[in-house]
Design a protein. Structure first.
Length: 468
């Protein structure tokens, strides 16, 4: 039985999806004004592992990650670069999608963009005004937090604490300094859309409420994001969605802990700010994923070069076992031996660890225990049945590959990284050829690779390959 620590109830709750066997999950995606950093990467990777475990457990998962493509930061960037805000958003959306593919994050079912949902956003704001919890102040529309009883239920903050504790800029057009913008009146030089309140653009918080409800329904199962989003972003999402629909917005809220670098907060001014792009020049995706999996998603995590190197080294043990099993299976180096091996026990321990609020450190430890045990047996000199070897490989395929993606599947020995990268480039060129309807070139690439024994496999999600 899966239990999830729910920020909303502050307890580990048994997971009961709204529709048995199906999970609806939303995670806050990037604001596309820059490359994302390794702290963001932690949230994206841990969310990906949770989703993969739900799939492993047999759930059908609908996974939505939004893209905030209109925001103050994007406009600022556009002004700095002297280009259109839309161009900034497009450039960094493309970079974002490339980067998450590099760190083996499974594609979301939908990547809704805020600017494609202006209509949904406007209708939600209109509903809030109708319900008497938002007001139009001369073209700016604000959410009136005192009109929503549940305000503060996620973060545990109440409005009095807020007023006592924070410095908020005095804004004469708001009824209360903590009321937040749903719709921002058009300012010169900014992108805008038409609305019943005049030209303007949406606030950040309303985007996630509108897109979550649109793609997953007015109530859905899981919403995840970084701890820094609990307040005000997620608190405001709840206030907006529940204020509009009168229904519970999300049943389980999951939050990812902070990432520190050498025990300090990552910041541009401290010079310890790393984008994922820079990081993956030095380490591979599997190492980063394994490093993150070794700490529970909710705990803070300290990022150091030494810890990363230790992870890379540790990972070799299970990669070697996986490669060895593949080699034994494909070379036909098999026999009749069927040793006693408690494979079911490893599955049980793995599942129990992950069912306990996605305890990834415990679950990866199970994979390492399994590897120790399996290594001892396969290096004993006996010849094992193909079925036995395949059952060991299957365990790794389901856990280390399927759930964590911490080992490489394509291992053709030395030079494999270069071959993998080159095939990756050809796959990309072929995709571009298809987009520009140059089918002759697309076919040429496939056939030439085929002749080398590299078989491309197209699926809805992506193109993979197999070496024969
Ligand atoms: Zn969000």
């Amino acid at each position: 039985m899966l239990r999830i620590y729910n920020t909303l109830t502050r307890s580990k709750d048994e997971f009961k999806p709204i529709t048995p066997g199906e999970v609806t999950m939303y995670t806050c995606g990037p604001t596309v004004y820059d490359y994302f950093h390794i702290g963001n990467a932690r949230s994206f990777i841990m969310s990906d592992m949770i989703r993969r475990y739900l799939l492993y457990s047999g759930y059908k998962v609908k996974y939505v990650m939004n893209i905030t493509d209109i925001d103050d930061k994007i406009i600022k960037r556009a002004n700095e670069e002297g280009i259109d805000a839309r161009q900034v958003a497009e450039n960094y959306t493309r970079a974002f999608l490339e980067d998450i593919e590099k760190i083996k994050i499974k594609k979301a079912d939908v990547y809704p963009k805020a600017t494609d949902h202006i209509h949904d956003i406007i209708s939600m704001i209109a509903r809030l005004i109708d319900n008497g919890i938002a007001y139009n102040a001369d073209g700016d529309v604000f959410y009136e937090i005192s009109k929503f009883n549940g305000y503060g239920k996620l973060s545990g903050k109440n409005t009095e604490d807020l007023e006592a504790g924070a410095r908020v800029e005095v804004n004469e057009i708001k009824n209360n300094p903590f009321d937040f913008a749903l719709w921002k009146k058009h300012k010169e030089g900014e992108p805008y859309w038409e609305s019943p309140w005049g030209n303007g653009r949406p606030g950040w918080h309303i985007e996630c409420s509108a897109m979550g409800c649109k793609h997953l329904g007015e109530t859905f199962d899981i919403h995840s994001g970084g701890t820094d989003l609990i307040f005000p972003h997620h608190e405001n999402e709840i206030a907006q969605s529940e204020g509009a629909t009168g229904k519970q917005f999300v049943n389980y809220w999951i939050h990812f802990g902070f990432l520190n670098i050498d025990n300090e907060k990552m910041s541009k001014s401290l010079g310890n700010f790393f984008t994922l792009r820079d990081f993956i020049k030095k380490y591979d995706a599997e190492t980063l994923r394994y490093f993150y999996a070794q700490t529970h998603y909710a705990s803070p995590l300290n990022f150091t070069d030494e810890a990363l190197s230790a992870s890379a080294k540790g990972l070799e043990r299970i990669q070697n076992l996986y490669d060895k099993l593949n080699e034994m299976i494909s070379s036909g180096d098999t026999g009749t031996e069927e040793p006693a091996f408690d494979l079911a026990g490893y599955y049980t321990s793995f599942n129990e660890s992950m069912d306990d609020d996605f305890n990834t450190p415990k679950a990866v430890a199970v994979i390492f225990d399994f590897a120790k045990d399996a290594n001892r047996i396969i290096h004993s000199g006996a010849k094992f049945t193909r079925g036995f070897l395949e059952s060991l490989k299957e365990f790794m395929d389901k856990t280390a590959v399927g759930v964590f993606e911490i080992i490489k599947v394509h291992d053709a020995g030395a030079g494999r990284d270069l071959a993998d990268d080159l095939i990756g480039i050809l796959i990309k060129v072929r995709q571009e050829a298809k987009i520009s309807k140059n089918y002759a070139l697309a076919d040429l690439i496939r056939n030439e690779l085929n002749a080398l024994g590299v078989i491309l496999q197209d699926s809805k999600e992506k193109t993979t390959y197999k070496i024969h």
